[in-house]
Design a protein around this ligand. Structure first.
Ligand SMILES: C[S@@+](CC[C@H](N)C(=O)[O-])C[C@H]1O[C@@H](n2cnc3c(N)ncnc32)[C@H](O)[C@@H]1O
Length: 258
């Protein structure tokens, strides 16, 4: 299985693709993803509400297929891809073992290898979109989601919040200070976070939900629902202003106008 790199990809996105392939594609990270087969509280709520309509689902950045397998009985067809070939191999093996009919393949969310207007729903779960570090790359992903969805189709995705004291202490503040000449700078952009596990390392770009909602509007989506894992974990299913500022995960459901 070959890795998918965009033709004409710039050096930054080649580096970011290789980083993801090295991080997710081996060792304890791959093992963990290969064993993760359940939904978090917030995911269960949002998926039950917005990913139950049947038809065709595209699971973008599907990893080892966790969400595809868990949603399999809700859709007539599921196509799922990821930029890390080793994760797709795990998903394909499990697909065979479970005798399921999900179509797993390697691909890049910035240039989705699927046809236009062919899905009723698109999912990019568990902060995959934030592995795309620059705003231009995220814009490309949103444009691609809009291209592959049918009019009226639904897009569900999750992000990590930038309103997080742990991230602020470890990453944002030292970078800010370094820019002012105090301490060393690791070269990351202000809202980048670096995770390291079992000798693997990767960066993602944490998100300010207010800016993300603006980006969604600019990409032509109507926001249907937004909430945080913190609020949903407390059983607060009605969105409140405070959810924007909760730390950890955020959930978005939006629609391509029909
Ligand atoms: C945190 S993992 C989540 C995996 C899976 N969606 C889940 O919920 O279990 C993020 C996934 O997004 C994938 N990803 C990141 N950037 C991608 C891109 N440009 N194209 C396709 N997949 C990408 C990563 O390889 C990784 O498998």
């Amino acid at each position: 299985m070959t890795a998918s790199l965009q033709p004409n990809a710039d050096l930054g996105s080649i580096r970011s693709t290789i980083e993801k392939q090295l991080f997710y594609g081996r060792g304890s990270v791959l093992d963990e993803y290969s064993r993760a087969w359940d939904l978090r509280t917030g995911e269960a709520h949002v998926f039950n509400r917005f990913l139950s309509g049947g038809g065709r689902l595209l699971d973008v950045g599907c990893g080892t297929g966790r969400t595809s397998f868990l949603l399999a009985d809700r859709f007539a067809r599921i196509d799922a891809f990821d930029i890390v070939p080793e994760m797709i191999e795990v998903a394909q093996k499990r697909n065979l073992e479970l005798e399921m009919n999900i179509r797993f393949f390697v691909g890049d969310a910035m240039q989705m290898p699927v046809t236009t207007s062919s899905y009723d729903a698109v999912l990019f779960a568990y902060n995959g979109i934030e592995g795309i570090l620059d705003a231009d790359g995220q814009r490309k992903v949103l444009a691609e989601v809009s291209r592959v969805l049918r009019p009226g189709g639904v897009f569900v995705f999750t992000t990590k919040s930038c309103f997080n004291m742990t991230y602020a202490r470890r990453f944002y503040l030292p970078r800010l200070l370094a820019r002012m000449g105090v301490g060393k700078h690791d070269g990351g952009s202000p809202l980048e976070v670096t995770v390291a596990q079992g000798g693997n390392r990767m960066r993602w770009h944490t998100t300010n939900p207010i800016a993300m909602k603006r980006q969604l509007r600019r990409a032509g989506f109507d926001l249907l629902y937004f909430n945080s894992e913190v609020a949903l974990g407390r059983g607060q299913t009605r969105p409140r202003l405070a959810s924007n500022f909760h730390r950890w995960d955020h959930f978005y459901a939006c629609r391509k106008p029909g």
